[in-house]
Design a protein around this ligand. Sequence first.
Ligand code: ZN
Length: 302
Amino acid sequence: MVGSDGEGIGIKWQKFLKESERTCPKFELGLTFEDKGEFSEAITNYAIKEGKEMKYHKNDKVRCVVKCKHESCPWQVTLRFNKDDKCWRVSVVKDKHDGCVRTQNNSMVNSSIVAKRWKQQIRGNLEWKTNSFLEKVLTDGHYILSKKQAWRALVKAKGEIKHEAEDYFNKIWNYVLEIKRTNPNCTCEVKVSDLKENRKERFLRMYICWEATREGFKHCRKIIDLDGCHLKCKTGGQLLTAVGIDANESLFPIAYAVVEGENKDSWTWFLQFLKKDLKLGPLVQSEYTLMSDKQKGSHTSL
Ligand SMILES: [Zn+2]
């Protein structure tokens, strides 16, 4: 077995921990859960994924028996508390349904679990309204939500996404320090906005050019392609990139920046660092070919 937590006498139990397992769990003998909450979430995710409904037959301090709601169906998973390891472990698995049918109207669906399952897609589609989300869940997830559940799930997921963005910004200075500690010759610059919100700093831009790509570019053709694309997230913004072409005619990333938008000011800010990183002084500039789509400032001269 894999994913050992190393306990027991030479026995290595598989721990339930992979993110993919959380939305699409597979129950096996010995699978170990930290607590019953984790198991219960796995059961709900399994029920939603498979379009089945489950029933808790026993749920006490030492065991938890879950069966398929359809009476004649043999599907069952039993979880037992292991005193020695202080964890919950699968002791019985009958992983075959028989006689039950797939249901779209699943009583196990709730807004919290839907918010968790769909957070990643919602992150990239923040414009989704209740009705479009309902349709998406039905066509891709094959289950029906009530309008209220869909609305709640969207509110929960969007709220979490907003808080995550704030958390990420709070960690940005530690991130910069870590980059500089582990890649001392990397260029990593952050600019905060002049406008403060409730006296708090606001993120505006971040530029990164790794030492490896800067050095690698010395062996590339003297072509630099500048481009910008929209970032699909709540805070918006754009990604500016400088890309070269290597000896195999393949794209070679040189530097990139997250900025508030593509305009002359943000491109000038990006290019001043790029120029310095690639040592593009006036004497050598004519040796390089610069390509851009001439959108909103990307043709700003080096
Ligand atoms: Zn069944």
